[in-house]
Design a binder for this molecule. Structure first.
Ligand code: AMP
Length: 123
């Protein structure tokens, strides 16, 4: 698989400081910020700072340090947002079938209300 990273995507612009964001957490390799159109009381996006298109790209090419930092940051966001007790959902959309809008890896951390079943039946 060849991954082509578009450095004009909106999260790349956020990482370069060209677009503001509501930061929840920043580490050496990871940034977490609030989704601009929240789907739940807690809706935080966690992204690696490196140029990875999607989860499988990151899993293949990121360094161990980046992977550890990203994974621990996701957990830290759950803790800081107070969703550990009642539960939460993490989603990472990829590609066309996954309806990924922004081609920079991100996980959605959703919580703060009952989230229903994971997928709706196909229409
Ligand atoms: P996805 O469909 O998984 O690619 O989701 C992209 C997400 O990025 C959507 O939930 C958008 O609301 C969110 N989003 C787009 N632009 C921004 C932005 N400037 N700041 C925060 N979230 C954004």
């Amino acid at each position: 698989m060849t991954y082509v990273y578009d450095d004009q995507n909106i999260f790349a612009k956020i990482l370069r400081g060209e677009i503001p964001n509501d930061t929840v957490l920043e580490t050496e390799h990871t940034l977490a910020f609030r989704d601009i159109q929240p789907q739940a009381p807690v809706h935080v996006l966690v992204i690696p700072k490196g140029p990875y298109v999607c989860y499988d790209h990151f899993a293949r090419d990121a360094s161990d340090a980046e992977i550890v930092d990203f994974t621990r940051s996701g957990g830290e966001v759950c803790k800081r947002e107070g969703v550990q007790e009642n539960g939460y959902r993490i989603i990472s959309n990829a590609g066309e079938a996954g309806v990924q809008e922004v081609p920079h890896l991100h996980i959605h951390v959703l919580g703060g209300r009952g989230l229903g079943r994971m997928l709706q039946p196909a229409p």
